[in-house]
Design a protein around this ligand. Structure first.
Ligand code: ADP
Ligand code: ADP
Length: 227
C-alpha cells in the first residue's frame, strides 16, 4: 500500500477552505515538490500529512492504516516547519531531544546519532555540538533544525520552504542533506519550494497547488477548472 493515502479531505480556517483533496497517494521513497503561490495551501498540506494539524474532515492513511494526528505513527514522520524553533539549549541538546523522547538514553548511542546528524547537515560536531542556540547564524539554525529531524532517521520528511530564508551556502548544504537522507533510508520527501533550479536537479514529481486544489499532473494543471 502507499505510504500516504488521503481521501475526501477538506481543511478550513473559519469559513475559508484552505485545502480540498478528493484523493491522492504518495508512494514510499518518492520525492514530491509542492509548487504554488503563497497562500495556495502547501503548508496546510504538510501540517496535515505531518499529523500536527487535524483536518476539518477526511481521512489519512499511513501504510494502509488510519493515521490520527499526534498519534504514535507521527514519530515516523518529521516536519520541518517554515519557521522552526530551537530549544534554548546548545546544539547537542537540541538534536538529542527527539532521540531522548524516543527512549534512546545510552550516552554513546546518543552521541553517535547526534554527531552523524550534524555531519549530514555540514556542521562539524567538534565545532558546533556545545554551541548555544543564540550563537548560531540563520543558516546554521536552519541546519540544526534539520539535523534534529534527520537524527530520527524519519520514514517521511516534510519540508516547508527549507531554503527560503537562508544564505546560499546553507541552502546548498540543506539540499545535500535531504538527498543524503533519501539515499540512506529511502525516506519519502515532500518539499514546498520555489527553488526551481534545485528541483530540476532532483528526481521528483511535481504537484502544483493552487487555491487549495492539488494538480498531480501537468495537463490538469494547465487546463485546470479554475480558469
Ligand atoms: P502556503 O503554504 O501555500 O503559502 P498555507 O497553507 O499557509 O499556504 O495557507 C493556505 C490558506 O489558508 C491561505 O489562504 C492562508 O491565509 C490560510 N491560513 C493558513 N493558516 C491559517 C490560520 N492559522 N488561520 C487562518 N487562515 C490560515
Ligand atoms: P548572521 O547574522 O549572518 O546570521 P552571525 O553574525 O550571527 O550570523 O554569526 C556569524 C558566525 O559567527 C556564525 O558562524 C556563528 O555561528 C558565529 N557566532 C556568532 N556568535 C557566536 C558566539 N557567541 N560564539 C561562537 N560563534 C558565534
Amino acid at each position: 500500500s502507499p505510504i500516504f493515502e488521503v481521501k475526501n479531505l477538506v481543511h478550513s480556517y473559519g469559513a475559508q477552505i484552505a485545502l480540498k483533496v478528493d484523493h491522492l497517494t504518495v508512494e514510499k521513497g518518492e520525492i514530491i515538490a509542492l509548487v504554488g503561490p503563497n497562500g495556495a495551501g502547501k503548508s496546510t498540506l504538510l501540517k496535515i500529512l505531518g499529523l500536527v494539524e487535524k483536518p476539518t474532515s477526511g481521512e489519512i492513511f499511513f501504510k494502509g492504516k488510519p493515521a490520527r494526528p499526534f498519534s504514535q505513527v507521527s514519530r515516523k514522520i518529521s516536519l520541518l516547519p517554515q519557521q522552526p524553533f530551537l530549544l534554548k539549549r546548545n546544539v547537542f541538546d537540541n538534536v538529542a531531544y527527539g532521540l531522548k523522547i524516543r527512549k534512546i538514553r545510552d550516552k554513546q548511542i546518543l552521541r553517535e546519532k547526534v554527531y552523524k546528524a550534524l555531519e549530514l547537515v555540514g556542521l562539524s560536531p567538534e565545532e558546533f555540538a556545545r554551541r548555544p542556540w543564540y550563537a548560531l547564524s540563520g543558516g546554521e539554525t536552519q541546519r540544526v533544525a534539520l539535523a534534529c529531524r534527520l537524527a530520527l532517521e524519519p520514514e517521511v520528511l516534510l519540508l516547508d520552504e527549507p531554503t527560503a530564508s537562508v544564505d546560499v551556502y546553507s541552502a546548498q548544504l540543506i539540499k545535500r542533506a535531504v538527498l543524503k537522507a533519501h539515499n540512506l533510508w529511502n525516506t519519502t520527501v515532500l518539499i514546498a519550494s520555489h527553488d526551481y533550479a534545485w528541483l530540476d536537479e532532483v528526481p521528483h514529481k511535481t504537484w502544483h497547488i493552487f487555491k487549495g486544489h492539488i494538480f498531480t499532473d501537468e495537463i490538469n494543471f494547465i487546463w485546470g477548472p479554475w480558469q
